[in-house]
Design a protein around this ligand. Structure first.
Ligand SMILES: C[S@@+](CC[C@H](N)C(=O)[O-])C[C@H]1O[C@@H](n2cnc3c(N)ncnc32)[C@H](O)[C@@H]1O
Length: 420
């Protein structure tokens, strides 16, 4: 059930605006000094910047999402000890074998992840409230070079952003429309746009794995999240789905999020604040088990992204309005089967609909038109079912189950209307 998450090398709001370059004093290490012709970052990397022989330079500014941010209590989750593998998508730590083997790999991976983390100040909405019009002070801008490398900067009058290809003046972007091409002082072009929500969520800080945009889009469409809807989700995890739900329900709707773990809830809160600019008034986040703490009644949609969604079927029966939708996002076929059969056994829901989505990007260049070689093979399965009116049972499927489907080997819940 453990699921590792992959991120694109260049994806997300990984880079930050470091301001104008500074003249650095000679490095204490001769190996580094010898390679003075290389860019500083590469020199430090080659020399092993973490080794005691190559200490952090005293005037070195913290990187994206670095210590400066943590110290100020801003947007950054508690850092895992070096070598601790990330927990799986349900917040459980991997077994000891993984931990023992993977220490180095995880250290490298978390170092890369730190580099890619967004570096935003609290209250500066990534994707709003100003989502169009000329760039203004404080707006986030996503700069993309001809090789597809992306940098994200927050506009400050008078400031400059350093790239390997020269400086970009923030003043050249301020007041301009989205979609302009700005040039560095050395004449290298960058396109400038506001970052989109899906670009942010895939790289935002996370505890448990997030629901990816391709599945969030499916949930919004297939669970029919409408403006004004009253939606409950469990668990909130890192808040990725929460941001999509909040957008879909609009100001007239409500989203209630439940999360077992306090640390994940805090990450979700910060991510949502970051995306929305503030904690939305129509959002509540409760730390606790949704089965014990859920206060909402008359709910239109119940979205379950948790390890055992079948344990919430009674809750769905109790709290969903007739015609309401329960939707589960599950990573494995065994979870999928158990959830579907529990819904059928209850009888208070329409026949569940289960599916998965595969998204394959395409390479298009003249006559070279083909699918990309790489894709995310699997994220999860989705299931939806609608709540029947009280006193009415689902009519289920008209056809008989496949022979042996519920034979002696089958030990799970049995559909309410199954002939013996
Ligand atoms: C995979 S994460 C959710 C990710 C989230 N949907 C997102 O997009 O960022 C699953 C979360 O469910 C939480 N969880 C599991 N059982 C729960 C329960 N009974 N009540 C509330 N939260 C629960 C876990 O702590 C975990 O953080």
């Amino acid at each position: 059930m453990a699921r590792t998450t992959r991120r694109r090398r260049t994806g997300g709001l990984g880079r930050t605006d470091r301001g104008p370059a500074r003249a650095l004093p000679p490095h204490p290490c001769p190996a580094v000094r010898r390679r003075g012709d290389l860019p500083l970052a590469r020199v430090l990397r080659r020399a092993g910047a973490r080794s005691p022989a190559h200490p952090r330079r005293p005037d070195r500014r913290p990187g994206p999402g670095g210590r400066r941010r943590a110290a100020s209590g801003s947007h950054r989750p508690p850092r895992e000890p070096v070598g601790t593998p990330p927990s799986d998508r349900h917040g459980r730590a991997p077994g000891p074998r993984v931990r023992a083997r993977g220490a180095g790999r995880y250290r490298r991976r978390s170092a890369r992840r730190r580099q890619r983390r967004p570096c935003l100040s609290r209250g500066d909405a990534v994707t709003g409230p100003r989502r169009s019009g000329p760039f203004g002070e404080g707006d986030w801008v996503r700069l993309t070079d001809p090789k597809g490398r992306r940098h994200n900067i927050q506009l400050v009058p008078g400031r400059e952003f350093s790239t390997k290809k020269g400086q970009i003046r923030h003043d050249d972007i301020l007041g301009q429309p989205e979609g302009i091409v700005v040039e560095t002082a050395l004449g290298h072009p960058y396109q400038a746009f506001r970052p989109l929500l899906f670009e942010y969520v895939v790289s935002m800080p996370r505890g448990a794995a997030i629901i990816y945009p391709k599945d969030a889009a499916q949930i919004v469409a297939m669970a029919d999240i409408f403006p004004g809807a009253r939606v409950v989700e469990a668990g909130a995890g890192s808040g990725s789905l929460t941001t999509y739900l909040l957008r879909a329900v609009g100001d007239d709707g409500r989203v209630g999020s439940y999360e077992l773990r306090e640390d994940f809830a805090e990450t979700a809160r910060r991510n949502v604040e970051q995306v929305m600019g503030e904690e939305p008034a129509n959002w509540s986040l409760t730390v606790g088990d949704v089965r014990e703490t859920m206060s909402e009644t008359e709910v239109d949609r119940l979205i379950l992204d948790m390890v055992d969604p079948w344990s919430c079927v009674d809750l769905a029966v109790d709290r969903l309005v007739p015609g309401g939708i329960v939707c589960a996002y599950v990573a494995t076929t065994t979870q999928l089967s158990r959830f579907v059969e529990t819904l059928r056994a209850d009888g208070g829901f329409t026949e569940p609909h289960a599916w998965e989505t595969l998204v394959r990007d395409w390479h298009l260049e003249g006559l070279a038109v083909r699918p990309d070689h790489k894709m995310n093979g699997h994220t999860a399965f989705l299931v939806t079912a609608r709540r029947m009116a009280p006193g009415h049972r689902s009519i289920g499927k008209s056809r008989r189950p496949a022979p042996g489907a519920y034979g002696p080997d089958y030990l799970g819940p049995r559909p309410a209307d199954l002939d013996d």
